[in-house]
Design a protein around this ligand. Structure first.
Ligand SMILES: *Cc1c(COP(=O)(O)O)cnc(C)c1O
Length: 388
């Protein structure tokens, strides 16, 4: 508790896990939508927001979507995931990743994570595929289920990049399409390259608790222009462009982000650099405050990576795992809304019977991680600076 207090200072309690802050700029742009009557699925802020997010990730194209789950669903379908395919993903993730696979009619196939990033472990994935994948009629299939292995969805958990070089090699060997779940990693980089630019396409989220928010929102990013054009078409009812005719040419979704949400996002994106800098300051403060604790440590960005430190994570040493819930209770009693890791997907009732690899890291980490409050303004409040 002293270490948490040292990191957070005398901030007024309760302190939520991750909250946005808004300025006059957000108010101005949202009001502009209302004043000009452009609140819905067309308008200048959608385009502007797409351009800002594309620039921030280093992608050529970005397509705004109504939320991150819908963006993942659409991205998987657009990458050729079909009913009864299997999609590989880490068991340690937010449930949206697995739900999106299910929405596409496919079956989640869970793989393990690494100790040092909590992200998908490429070595473990490769060993697992070596054991279960066979080539049949020019496709890789899971020999235990007979289903085609189609895609892999790495998730940059809490902003820490997955080793995409190693994953790329495994995916190439098994003809797996990579769809990055970059919903937690806006602004994170690996070897200087932005998260969201490693797969053929990637997905971001702008939910209220993410790095920047549009209220609810998401994005598909890709360097492939034809793919981006199809993504836009497919997520906006597949309407052919025409001055008055209403003609559609495929079964499609109504997943477009409203202009009023995009306006909020534009104002937030103008401050992205300040938000990332503040989150780094807060992470450094947590790292320093917990440095000398003998029973736990704080996650640090992996080598070669710059993490956005979306959520700071305290990892209890294994022999202290049984103390986790007592610690959470004490933190909550103290007005600090910390939380444990998401229950791993393979332990949830609807995903219990899905195919999976050995998941020893997921099961172990499930018992001993605690996310600490990580809103960017916490850094500024302690420092007494007023940046964003
Ligand atoms: C936030 C998040 C999503 C998408 O969530 P939405 O709330 O639908 O925007 C997907 N995957 C992960 C890992 C997330 O953290």
């Amino acid at each position: 508790m002293d270490a948490v207090d040292a990191a957070l200072g005398s901030m007024q309690r309760p302190i939520e896990l991750h909250e946005p802050r808004f300025s006059d700029r957000e108010r101005e742009l949202v009001l502009d939508c209302i004043d000009t009557n452009w609140v819905s699925s067309a308008g200048k802020y959608v385009t502007r927001f797409e351009e800002m997010v594309a620039a921030a990730t280093g992608s050529r194209h970005a397509v705004a979507i109504v939320n991150g789950t819908a963006a993942l669903h659409a991205a998987l379908v657009l990458e050729g995931v079909e009913a009864n395919d299997e999609v590989l993903l880490p068991s340690i993730t937010f449930v949206a990743t697995a739900n999106a696979v299910s929405h596409a009619g496919a079956v989640p196939h869970f793989v393990d994570s690494t100790w040092d990033t909590l992200g998908l472990d490429p070595q473990a994935l490769e060993a697992h595929l070596d054991a279960v994948a066979v080539r049949r009629n020019s496709a890789w299939v899971n020999k235990r289920t007979g289903r085609r292995l189609r895609a892999v969805v790495p998730v940059h958990i809490f902003g820490h990049p997955v080793d995409m070089t190693a994953l790329g090699a495994v995916a190439a060997r098994y003809d797996l399409v990579i769809v990055e779940d970059a919903t937690e990693s806006l602004g994170s980089t690996l070897n200087g390259k932005g998260c969201g630019t490693f797969g053929h396409s990637a997905v971001l989220s702008f939910n209220g608790n993410k790095i920047v928010t549009t209220g609810g929102g998401g994005m598909i990013v890709t360097d492939d222009e034809a793919h981006a054009r199809h993504a836009r078409h497919f997520t906006s009812t597949a309407k052919k462009t025409h001055a008055w005719a209403f003609e559609h040419d495929e079964v499609a979704y109504n997943y477009r982000l409203p202009n009023i949400n995009a306006a909020l996002g534009c104002a937030q994106m103008e401050r992205l650099d300040g938000i990332l800098a503040a989150k780094r300051v807060l992470a450094e403060r947590y790292l320093a405050a917990f440095r000398d604790l003998p029973w736990a440590r704080i996650y640090r960005e992996p080598k070669g990576a710059e993490s956005n430190y979306w959520l700071n994570t305290l990892v209890l040493d294994r022999e202290y795992a049984s103390e986790r819930d007592r610690l959470l209770e004490a933190l909550h009693g103290h007005g600090i809304r910390a939380r444990p890791l998401w229950v791993p997907m393979h332990l949830l009732p609807m995903y219990r019977d899905c195919p999976r690899a050995a998941l020893s890291v997921a099961e172990d980490m499930n018992t001993r991680c605690i996310n600490l409050p990580s809103s960017p303004f916490l850094a500024e409040a302690v420092q007494g600076t007023k940046k964003s």
